[in-house]
Design a protein around this ligand. Sequence first.
Ligand code: SAH
Length: 214
Amino acid sequence: MMLAQKRVQMVRQLEIEGIRDKNVLAAMEKIPRHEFVPEGMINEAYLNIPLPVGYEQTISQPYTIAFMLEALELKKGQKVLEVGTASGYNASLISEIVGKKGKVYTLEIIPALAKFAKENIRKQGIKNVKVVESDGSLGYKNAGPYDRIIITAGAPEIPPPLTKQLKKGGIIVAPIGPLYSQNMIKATKTREGMKRKDLGAFVFVPLKGKYGHG
Ligand code: SAH
């Protein structure tokens, strides 16, 4: 089967599994996931599984990504911060959803992966994503505050700098918990503080750095 056809099938499956946000589904139908995985894995790119990208890191499972992006309630023109770039696939999806007037900042702690992601994103002709090689648990103050923040590695708690760099009314989606056992937390910044909602159990690679697991 052609890769484009497999991609359409993957998106149909996500719909069956409960993903409703049309913008998320459309972005996943457009962005070619197979161009973000290592060459030997192109044929597995549209299976609903995470795939290794080297350095013990993964490109997340399509369902997990769709679930998180739907929870983020993304809108055109928003400024979004992602912590954990890896392949750059998720950052590219966000770029597509927020559109040309939106902007994505994505932080990656492993230099070789930051380079891999930059290359992948450049090849797509995407211009509104900036990849920064840094400890994302500290956020990226220079470009803040953000409308939305997404953490794509498991964190012991929401890193305080990220809460600070979120706009009032903004949303953070992040897997929170001990090593290899997280709950997806959606937190909205209100006048009374962070209002948290638990969206269920997921497993992620650990967040490193100052406010990560070390
Ligand atoms: N969003 C990615 C998948 C992320 S996997 C995609 O679309 O492919 C988690 C990534 O978080 C890994 O690449 C890991 O190196 C990175 N990471 C872990 N701790 C980090 C930190 N403190 N700052 C930035 N990146 C971090």
